[in-house]
Every structure is written in structure tokens, then in C-alpha cells.
Design a protein around this ligand. Structure first.
Ligand code: SF4
Length: 354
């Protein structure tokens, strides 16, 4: 049983069932692993027999760091860590500078993704598999304890559609938030979805009152959104809108609405009006405009600063609060929509041809 795939209560319960002695140390063993990145029961003063029993029944195996690439930017370096999982597949976690020495870690929830968004590198891999809760939490532990990264916030915006893997993501959220372990406040965590309505309902039922949720909108009319994001063919905008409107974990909750601006595709005045119409029933929103990052097979070019400013101006004219996301990590393929490295694609191709 991997310690970091479980909450302290779950580990305590399992220790009671499995260990002939030393179960009373569960709280300390758990805190030591999740807070200090160390699984060494002997160092906590347990007897050799108890420590050995802990090691027999519990483990704390984190992904290996395969490589790290950095790109300097005005707010500090953006760093992409490629992490090797136990089965040899890789996932990616990206440290994003937010200014004032604060960093957000963008974590992956799957290896690859089946959602097929046309602007996204990860989509080219298809879905290889879900990450389990320990592999998701492990990304933060590796970042913090192996790479020495000070992380303030976590966003589920790496490889994969987080809510297509709702069981493991919800368990990872419980572990991240557990006060007996990592104790990351829900306010510091954002789950991002392409519009997986069943997953949104499951997340709602899980009862995280203070968690942030953002949706990648990218187009607010059905024909264009279906072209860019195949999920829209299954769940058109009115169904997505109704699902989001019903998601209200607290009174002052505000949705993040992410809009990747792609010149010539979704950057007309009428697109801005459609975004406003989509957001109207959601009460509070914050629209994040993300300049498109051309990948290996670009749909279009990156927008100019002037084009981004114009579109943001139209959204503000519509009465929407808007934030411009500064592009970070483009040259190391760590920017939004660019995760899914070439080596991994080659690995996938080889596996599929076997
Ligand atoms: S944008 Fe997100 S949901 Fe869409 S294919 Fe890429 S990883 Fe999957």
C-alpha cells in the first residue's frame, strides 16, 4: 500500500489490520512521509520488528525524475519535470512562476488523453492510462522533496482530462488536502476540465467546498467548439452550461473560464459576445485568456499582443472580469496545450506497433 495514495485515516485503519505491532505509530509514519518525503520507521524510534512490518505492508515509491528543462521568463524560470512511472511510462509536471517567488505546480492526471482537443499536444498520444492517486500526489512530493521546488498552488492542467479520471483525482484531492499530511488548502488547488459533465457531477458530490474549478471553453458556439474540442459533440454547450450552473459549492464561488485565443479561429467580436452569453447564468466567473501556443502541428499562429488586448477589451465591454495569462515555457514545450513530449510519443508508437 503506497502511503501517499491514501489519507492518514486510511493508513491508520490499514495499519491496525495488517501490523502485529507498531500500528500506533501510523500518524507519525504518515506525517513523516507526506511532510518530509521520508519513509524510515526506524528513524522514528520503532523497533526493528515494527519497522520491518511497516516496510513489508507499506511503501512510499515516488516517480523518478527523468529530466528537467527550464525556460527563463520575466517572472522566473518555468520548469518542466518529466517523471518516469513504475511501468516505464512518463508523465509531466510543470512549475510555473507566479511572481513574488510564488510557484504553481501543474500536475498530470493521465498519461496521454482521449479527449482529442485539436490544439493540444497531449491529445496526439491518445489515452495510455489513468494515473492513480499516488502517482498524482507523487508529482507534488517529487517537486517539493526531490527537486526542492517551493510550491504554493496546484492546478490539474497537465496531461489528461482530470475528470475523466475522477475516482483517482478525487482521492488525490483528499490526500493533498489532508491536514495530517500535506495539508494543502483546497483554495490552493484548481481542477480544470474540458467539460466532462459526469466528472463535474462526481466532483460536486465529493463535497470540496473551497476547491477551485475551471473549464476550458475556447469557443462558445457549438459548431466551432465541436471542431476544436470533440467533447462538445457529446456534451453541447447548453448541457455544459446547465451542469456548471448547478455546481455551486459555496455562495461566493467563481468559475475559471479558460479561453485559448487562436487567431482566425475564435477571436472575432461575435466570439466575445458568445462567451458572455455562455457565462451569464454562471453568476461569478473569471475569464482567463490564454494566447495560443503553436505545437508540433499548429492550427494557427500565436496571437499578437495587440490581438490579445483587443479580444480582452471586447470581453470587458461585455462586463466580464478577465485576466490575461502570460505565456510561459513555450520553448520547452511546457506551456498550456504543449505537454506530451516527443520521446513519449515515440514510446507510445513502439508499444502500439508491438
Ligand atoms: S486540452 Fe486537456 S482535455 Fe483536451 S486533449 Fe489536451 S489534455 Fe486532453
Amino acid at each position: 500500500m503506497q502511503l501517499h495514495a491514501h489519507t492518514a485515516d486510511e493508513v491508520r485503519e490499514a495499519a491496525r489490520e495488517r501490523l502485529p505491532s507498531g500500528a500506533g505509530a501510523a500518524q507519525r509514519v504518515y506525517a513523516d512521509a507526506l511532510r518530509r518525503g521520508r519513509f524510515d520507521p526506524l528513524a522514528l524510534g520503532l523497533s526493528a520488528a515494527s519497522a520491518s512490518a511497516w516496510r513489508t505492508h507499506f511503501a512510499f515509491a515516488l516517480p523518478e525524475v527523468a529530466r528537467v528543462v527550464d525556460e527563463d521568463g520575466p517572472l522566473g524560470p518555468t520548469s518542466k519535470a518529466v517523471l518516469r512511472l513504475a511501468d516505464g511510462l512518463e508523465c509531466e509536471a510543470v512549475r510555473i512562476p507566479m511572481g513574488r517567488d510564488r510557484f504553481t505546480l501543474c500536475v498530470s492526471s493521465q498519461v496521454g488523453c482521449k479527449m482529442g482537443c485539436t490544439f493540444c499536444e497531449t491529445a496526439k498520444l491518445g489515452l495510455l492510462r489513468h494515473l492513480d492517486a499516488g502517482e498524482i500526489v507523487g508529482q507534488l512530493l517529487v517537486a517539493r522533496d526531490r527537486l526542492g521546488w517551493a510550491i504554493r498552488n496546484v492546478v490539474f492542467m497537465g496531461m489528461g482530462e482530470a475528470l475523466d479520471n475522477a475516482t483517482n483525482v478525487i482521492q488525490a484531492l483528499r490526500v493533498l488536502n489532508d491536514p495530517a499530511g500535506i495539508a494543502l488548502a483546497q483554495e490552493r488547488i484548481t481542477v480544470c476540465t474540458a467539460g466532462h459533465v459526469r466528472g463535474i457531477r462526481r466532483l460536486s458530490a465529493a463535497g470540496f467546498k473551497r476547491l477551485n474549478l475551471s473549464v476550458s471553453l475556447n469557443a462558445a458556439n457549438d459548431p466551432l467548439r465541436s471542431q476544436l474540442m470533440p467533447v462538445n459533440r457529446v456534451t453541447p454547450l447548453d448541457e455544459l452550461q446547465a451542469t456548471l450552473a448547478a455546481y455551486r459549492p459555496r455562495r461566493n464561488f467563481a468559475f475559471g473560464v479558460n479561453y485559448c485565443l487562436m487567431p482566425g479561429l475564435n477571436d472575432r467580436r461575435s466570439d466575445a459576445s458568445a462567451v458572455a452569453a455562455f457565462c451569464a447564468p454562471l453568476e461569478r466567473v473569471l475569464v482567463n485568456v490564454i494566447p495560443y501556443n503553436p505545437g508540433t502541428e499548429p492550427l494557427t499562429r500565436a496571437p499578437t499582443d495587440a490581438e490579445v488586448d483587443t479580444f480582452i477589451g471586447w470581453l470587458r465591454d461585455e462586463g466580464l472580469p478577465v485576466r490575461r495569462r502570460i505565456t510561459k515555457g513555450r520553448s520547452v514545450m511546457a506551456a498550456c496545450g504543449q505537454l506530451g513530449n516527443r520521446a513519449l510519443r515515440e514510446q507510445v508508437r513502439r508499444r502500439r506497433s508491438r
